[in-house]
Structure formats: structure tokens, C-alpha cells
Design a protein around this ligand. Structure first.
Ligand SMILES: *[C@@H]1O[C@H](CO)[C@@H](O)[C@H](O)[C@H]1NC(C)=O
Ligand SMILES: *[C@@H]1O[C@H](CO)[C@@H](O)[C@H](O)[C@H]1NC(C)=O
Length: 342
């Protein structure tokens, strides 16, 4: 068949091209366009849903296997099983909720395996019922649209794992954090065994399902207490007493989430950590402490970067408080051993 370049043929080609153009336009409008931008409030809502959904599973699994643990005489095998199940189920549920935003990068600890849906299904709750519990407060959060690539979510499906297996459940939290351009802006921390969610949005403030929006203007100065990790309390104690003041009481506690909540409700003044710490343990705490007007820095004085491509471990320790972080840092500085490069 030969095509003659007459008017009729040119018209056919033009009509054909026009349809191709329409198809492309429709296709990209349906798929690419809406996914390229997200409403920050939607991502924050799903982060809150995620910590509650994951946290409820963590609690339920502890209840189911708690008896088991006692009978097995707290064997290491029993503890490991409990931890693995709770961690994997919570992780699966939390990440599953965030898949609501195709193309959103969620960062969590790499797991050895992912559970099949059927093993997780009985821990899944109804999104809508959960959402009803806190939609009123979420609707009051300021929001804006952002291109997806500027947003990341950091997820900690179970913080204070050691304590969880030891039955020290007051320390246990589930956490999620929304970052924009590598900065933590929104954090949600859920305490499954106390049914309290605390959320903080930078430049907006902090809200607790227990006590409502927190008004810091009438808080008295924080008591001279420093939260430190249970595992290396001794070392930090020497360091803090020498560098800050003898007056400080050291409070060893499990979980970064739990420790930051004690600064948020004015139970302690500082949280100090002198070794490496994983960023999914920190991100929500970072957003919430800054939402409360505070700061979080490492022991070189730098804020922590949460770009999805950055090292997921913060290697230079941690100092955070609602007030006086930089003054404290200047006192601690002369006592810090240089880390590596001089
Ligand atoms: C947990 O707290 C929420 C309010 O934040 C409440 O609606 C819910 O009923 C509580 N759940 C339990 C099991 O107490
Ligand atoms: C402060 O927060 C911690 C951690 O959530 C909690 O254990 C403690 O009971 C709270 N204290 C007050 C006075 O609310």
C-alpha cells in the first residue's frame, strides 16, 4: 500500500496524532500527576495510623505470648521469638499503611524476612475506626502540598526491644516521622501499653491524647535530671556530672521514644547518649522536641540529617532538651573525646 501525501491523508495523520496526544495526556493526568504531589496532612495522618496500628499489634502479641514467656522461664529462645514476631508484624502493618502513597520512600531497619499477609491479617485493625479517634486534632494541623521526592517517612515498629522481652513494657513505643528535605518535621510516638499518642509538628506544637495540646508557657523549669540509656548509664553519668554539674540526677531508661517523652512532659531536662544511635529511633523524637521549642544535636554540635540516602546511623552521640541545648553543648564540649578526624 502506498500513502499519498494528499490532504485527506495528512488530515488522517493529524487526527491520529491528536488521539495519541489525548491518550498520553489522560494517562499522565491519572497516574503520574496526582502521585507527584502529596498533602502533608495526609502523610501525617497515615503516620499516626501507623504507630497506633503497629502499637496495638505489639501489645496484643505480648499478651498472647506473655504466659508462654513466663513458662519458658524467660529463655533466650522465647524472648527472641516474641521479639521477632512483634517486630515483623508491626513493621508489616506500618509499612503497609504507608504504601497508600505510591513512590513514597519509607525507611526502616532492614528485616531478615517479611511475613506473608495471612500471618499479619488478624492484627490489622479498621483504618477508619482508628482514624475517628484522632481525626479532629489532625484536621487542625496546618498543611501544604509537597512533591513526593522531598518527603520521607522513618518508621520504628518497636522501640525498646530488649525491655519489651523483659516485660518492662512502660518503655516500649512505636514511632513514625515525616521529613521534608531531610529535616524531621512531624513525629508520632505511641505508647501501646499506656495507650497514649504524642505528636509534634515543628512550628505548630505538641499534642498528647492524654493531656491535649501542650502549653509550655506555664511550665516550671525542668528538674535537673538527665535521661540516659540503661545499657551505658555508668559512663554517661561520670561524663554528665563532670561536664554539666554534680547536681544532675541520672535516670537510666529504655527506648529513645520513652526518654524524649520525659523531656516533653518536663520530667527531665536533658537526654544524652554518647555512642552511635539509629536514626529511626531518633527522627520522631527530633521532630517532637523541636515542635516543643527544643533542639536535638549530635555531640559534634550538628543537627541530624534524615535524607533517605544518608547513613541511617547517627555516629556521634546525642544531646537534646527543650531548652538550653547549645549552652549545655558548650559545657560538654571540652570533655568530649575527639571522634576520629581532628
Ligand atoms: C485509647 O485512647 C483513645 C483516645 O486516644 C481512645 O479512643 C481509646 O478508646 C483508647 N483505647 C483503649 C483500649 O483504652
Ligand atoms: C511523662 O512521660 C513519661 C513517658 O511517657 C511517663 O512515664 C510519665 O508518667 C509522664 N509523667 C507525667 C508527670 O505525666
Amino acid at each position: 500500500m502506498q500513502i499519498h501525501p494528499n490532504l485527506a491523508n495528512i488530515a488522517k495523520v493529524l487526527v491520529g496524532l491528536f488521539f495519541v496526544y489525548l491518550l498520553i495526556a489522560i494517562f499522565s493526568a491519572k497516574n503520574a500527576m496526582p502521585d507527584a504531589y502529596v498533602e502533608l496532612r495526609d502523610v501525617m495522618s497515615y503516620a499516626v495510623l501507623a504507630v497506633e496500628m503497629g502499637g496495638h499489634a505489639v501489645k496484643k502479641i505480648h499478651e498472647e505470648q506473655g504466659l508462654n514467656i513466663e513458662e519458658k522461664g524467660q529463655t533466650d529462645v522465647g524472648k527472641a521469638e516474641l521479639l521477632t514476631t512483634a517486630d515483623l508484624v508491626s513493621n508489616h502493618l506500618m509499612l503497609g499503611l504507608l504504601e497508600r502513597f505510591p513512590g513514597l520512600t519509607a525507611i526502616t531497619e532492614e528485616k531478615a524476612e517479611d511475613l506473608p499477609d495471612k500471618d499479619v491479617e488478624r492484627y490489622r485493625e479498621d483504618n477508619y475506626a482508628l482514624w475517628l479517634e484522632f481525626h479532629k486534632i489532625l484536621e487542625t494541623l496546618p498543611s501544604a502540598k509537597y512533591p513526593l521526592h522531598r518527603i520521607n517517612v522513618w518508621v520504628d515498629p518497636l522501640d525498646a526491644t530488649q525491655e519489651y522481652t523483659e516485660g518492662l513494657t512502660q518503655y516500649v513505643t512505636t514511632m513514625a516521622c515525616v521529613t521534608i528535605d531531610g529535616k524531621a518535621v512531624f513525629g508520632a510516638i505511641y505508647r501501646p501499653f499506656d495507650n497514649e499518642t504524642v505528636l509534634g509538628l515543628v512550628d505548630w506544637g505538641v499534642y498528647s491524647t492524654r493531656s491535649g495540646k501542650i502549653d509550655y508557657s506555664d511550665f516550671p523549669p525542668a528538674p535537673k535530671k538527665v535521661m540516659v540509656s540503661r545499657s551505658h548509664a555508668g559512663k554517661v553519668k561520670e561524663f554528665v556530672k563532670e561536664a554539666l554539674s554534680d547536681e544532675y540526677e541520672i535516670i537510666p531508661a529504655g527506648g529513645a521514644g520513652y526518654k524524649i517523652l520525659n523531656l516533653i512532659n518536663n520530667t527531665a531536662e536533658f537526654y544524652v547518649h554518647t555512642t552511635a544511635i539509629k536514626k529511626w529511633d531518633l527522627c520522631a523524637a527530633d521532630a517532637i522536641i523541636r515542635a516543643a521549642g527544643g533542639a536535638m544535636i549530635d555531640l559534634e554540635g550538628s543537627p541530624i540529617s534524615y535524607w533517605s540516602t544518608s547513613d541511617p546511623i547517627s555516629r556521634n552521640g546525642l544531646l537534646t532538651a527543650r531548652k538550653g541545648v547549645y549552652q549545655a553543648f558548650n559545657k560538654l564540649k571540652p570533655f568530649l573525646k575527639p571522634t576520629g578526624k581532628q
